[in-house]
Design a protein around this ligand. Sequence first.
Ligand SMILES: Cc1cc2nc3c(=O)[nH]c(=O)nc-3n(C[C@H](O)[C@H](O)[C@H](O)COP(=O)(O)O)c2cc1C
Length: 186
Amino acid sequence: MENLILTESDIRQRIWMELQRATQDRHHDWRTPMLATVGRDGTPNARTVVLRHADAKLARLDFYTDSRSPKVAELAVQPQVTLVFWSKRLSWQLRVRAYVSLQTTGPEVDAVWARLSQSAAAGDYLSATAPGDALPLDQAACCAQASTHNLAIMTAQVQEIDWLELARSGHRRAVLGTTGFAWRVP
Ligand SMILES: Cc1cc2nc3c(=O)[nH]c(=O)nc-3n(C[C@H](O)[C@H](O)[C@H](O)COP(=O)(O)O)c2cc1C
């Protein structure tokens, strides 16, 4: 992408517009960021997740997971995360520092489950075995479905976005805080 004259507010608006698009568009590169956490042993851990909701006003990003997954236990101990998004189309990378809170019950979870339970993805949250468990030798136990779901909403409260644009005419980088903005050497 060639450098256009982008102001601080253009960049901020465009980032959130693209994040919102990614929640609707299965082919958007930013739909599947990398979520990095601190593992229970203090070492880094990372995995792909699907971006489900982006709220520019509240600076919130939502993801869904199984409440029994190892990352949920990690987040309960250390809620500070980094999310990495790369878009080839935009030539933009985002490194988002955020705090994650978890919901496993309540009206938001109920509303999401009401929708998810009608979709093919419902089974992901109904398995009798937890993600990361040893695969049972008994195939029936492996694929059994529980009657209650294990859906958790992970909400990332964005603290800071490190934006990097790659361009032949010169790379650009800036750090966007909740209120501040600073250009950085790429
Ligand atoms: C394209 C893709 C999308 C994924 N989306 C999610 C997701 O939205 N939520 C999730 O919990 N796991 C998702 N996963 C699986 C995770 O990457 C990971 O393997 C799983 O959640 C277990 O992670 P953990 O052991 O760190 O908890 C996705 C994997 C891929 C390849």
